[in-house]
Design a protein around this ligand. Structure first.
Ligand SMILES: Nc1ncnc2c1ncn2[C@@H]1O[C@H](COP(=O)(O)OP(=O)(O)O)[C@@H](O)[C@H]1O
Ligand SMILES: [Mg+2]
Length: 603
């Protein structure tokens, strides 16, 4: 068994998506599914298919007309007839070119419409996925699905499919006309076809495989380059320059070798195809010429028509080859796209789920267990009851499960076992969206959308006035801090470099959470990025704002915890102590020790 080389390991590490091929063989089911997206644009699509059929016939017909003019009026010395036919020919040329214009234009219109629908559909699908879906994926790969896979399909829809249809149609028409014009000469064509198929079959697979290998070694080169550049400090710091240079040089050599291999295959393929079509012409001249000379009914006109038609029969072969090989890129994009579209949500609201009734604010966890990943339990039988209006403080070391409890309360996840109830209604029976209107969340890191501060705050209640936005900041005792910004509440939030500080973002998140006047308020390390002075102002304001709302606070501030009606002390997914601050200090257990650490660290 061969050990993977260091080279391979280095490269594999930077290409976690290596198992995703760039190209995939064509599958009719996928093509059909993609085509089903044109159903919404049926009228245009049908018009396009008619145009394709017309284009397929156009060039062979033109060739036939030329043959006919030579055979008929010219041979007969009929000047008027020749001119008449010529005018007909020119008219046909113009019609064919108008058809080509519309063929290309409609293909692009339909292609864009389909891409738009594909993007819309995927976005809607992503928005219905529960949070766990996003946790299990790298965001970069989701975004590339939205962008590059759909881009890869573009060429497939707009070009590959329709050009292939026209080309196959053209071959068929050319062959059909040859059969009609002269069945004997058509036999010559038939004799050549097996050779064509053989060459084509042999090279298509080989070239495809070679170009795949070439693609792979190309992306190895880019990722090695990226690794070296990104990690340049480490490279130089650990004197790895020689190693990296060696790896890179070997990758570049492999790439060069692979490119030459692909090129030599193509270099062989094209001449062989040409040999075949020229062979056909030679056979045609041989058989047709002999027949014409011996006066057996095959005229020179037929021979000429055949020369024209033969070109129209052979030239699509390379076009089809190119289109099919490009289509494998679109196919890989399409398969990945559909795979994502077909991921069913891990869970969704029960069909019987109802609107959240106006809440009083009682929250009950009963024997709740939960795991993000199968077999790795994060919460073990967590039970507690918060009465309406109570303040519950969650304390415990990092990773003890505090945020997980918050996430379950927000219905970002569903518990594996046990029940969560709001005012005695099971959370599973409440629609997730309606729940959000009566709960307000502020986290350690809060996502603000691109837009002004006011717009972000209003996302909780779009009909709120600017004065209400200001009032929300005033209630938090931090309006002056926001007004001190260059454009006050109209400051843009997330333009790069000119964004808000983390602390300012938290203030915006507070205002957003409070504007909706939620019955349940959840603050998960929500003031961690605010400076001490602002925080103490905020704490006073929050104490006021929490009144009358059930509040959950994950905090390290002693002042908040002291005032809480219940303190839940978490350790490794379990509540190990509970009570008020004073009770827990008196208990002299885990909380008392946390408390002592806290006091000594602030001294
Ligand atoms: N999205 C996630 N996927 C897998 N494990 C997670 C995820 N979020 C948290 N965990 C794990 O769950 C445990 C509890 O985390 P968390 O509730 O965030 O702790 P706390 O908020 O108390 O710091 C930790 O062991 C953490 O590694
Ligand atoms: Mg946390």
């Amino acid at each position: 068994m061969s050990q993977p080389s260091r080279l391979e390991i280095a490269v594999r590490r930077t290409r976690p998506d290596e198992e995703e091929p760039d190209r995939l063989p064509l599958r009719w089911a996928t093509i059909a599914r993609l085509l089903s997206f044109t159903e919404a644009h049926r009228g245009q699509r049908n018009a396009l298919l008619w145009l394709c059929a017309f284009r397929a016939m156009a060039l062979p017909l033109l060739a036939w007309i030329v043959g006919h003019i030579i055979k008929g009026p010219i041979t007969a010395g009929d000047g008027v007839g020749t001119v008449e036919w010529l005018l007909l020919f020119l008219g046909a040329v113009i019609v064919a070119d108008i058809a080509l214009y519309w063929r290309i234009r409609l293909a692009h219109q339909i292609g864009e419409a389909v891409l738009r629908d594909l993007r819309d559909k995927l976005m809607k699908h992503l928005l219905t996925q529960p949070l766990s879906f996003f946790h299990g994926r790298r965001h970069g790969s989701l975004i590339s699905r939205m962008i590059s896979d759909i881009e890869a399909m573009r060429n497939g829809i707009q070009n590959n499919f329709f050009i292939t249809v026209v080309s196959i149609g053209q071959m068929t028409c050319a062959a059909g006309l040859m059969l009609w014009v002269n069945p004997q000469l058509f036999l010559v064509l038939l004799a050549i076809v097996p050779g064509l198929l053989l060459i084509h079959g042999f090279f298509r697979g080989k070239i495809l495989q070679a170009s795949r290998i070439q693609q792979e070694s190309f992306s190895r080169v880019t990722s090695a380059l990226a690794e070296t550049v990104q990690g340049i400090r480490v490279t130089q710091g650990f004197a790895r320059e020689d190693t990296n240079a060696g790896i890179f040089s070997r990758l570049v050599h492999t790439l060069a070798g692979n490119v030459v291999k692909t090129a030599s295959l193509s270099a062989l393929y094209l001449p062989l195809l040409e040999l075949n079509s020229q062979g056909f012409l030679a056979a045609l001249v041989g058989v047709g010429g002999w027949a014409a000379l011996s006066g057996s009914g095959t005229g020179l006109g037929d021979l000429l028509t055949f020369f024209f038609l033969a070109d129209l029969f052979f030239s699509p072969i390379t076009i089809i080859g190119t289109q099919l090989s490009e289509a494998t890129l679109a196919m890989a994009g399409a398969e990945r796209y559909f795979r994502l579209l077909d991921t069913a949500p891990a869970w969704s609201d029960a069909p019987a789920a109802k609107e959240c009734p106006p809440l009083k604010g009682k929250v009950e966890f009963q024997e709740v267990t939960f795991s993000y990943l199968p077999g790795q339990r994060v919460l073990h039988g967590v039970s507690f009851t918060a009465q309406p209006g109570q303040v519950i403080a969650l304390v415990g070391h990092t990773g003890s499960g505090k945020s997980t409890i918050i996430g379950l309360l927000a219905k970002f996840q569903l518990p594996d076992a046990g029940a969560i109830r709001l005012d005695d209604v099971d959370l599973t029976d409440i629609q997730q969206i309606s729940l959000r209107r009566q709960t307000g969340f502020v986290f350690q890191q809060n996502f603000l959308f691109a837009g002004t501060i006011a717009e972000n705050v209003k996302s909780a209640r779009p009909d709120a006035s600017e004065e209400e936005v200001r009032q929300a900041f005033r209630d938090l005792d931090c309006l002056d801090l926001i007004e001190a910004l260059p454009q006050g509440i109209h400051t843009q939030c997330s333009e790069k470099g000119r964004g808000l500080s983390l602390g300012q973002q938290q203030l915006v998140a507070f205002a957003r959470a409070l504007l909706a006047n939620p019955r349940i308020l959840v603050l998960d390390e929500a003031t961690s990025a605010v400076d001490t002075l602002t925080e103490s102002r905020l704490q006073l304001a929050l104490a006021r704002l929490m009144q009358g709302r059930t509040s959950f606070v994950v905090a390290h501030r002693l002042s908040t915890i002291r005032k809480a009606d219940q303190v839940l002390v978490m350790d490794q997914g379990r509540i190990i102590e509970r009570g008020t601050h004073d009770e827990l200090v008196a208990l002299n257990g885990a909380y008392a020790s946390l408390h002592r650490d806290f006091l000594s660290s602030t001294n």
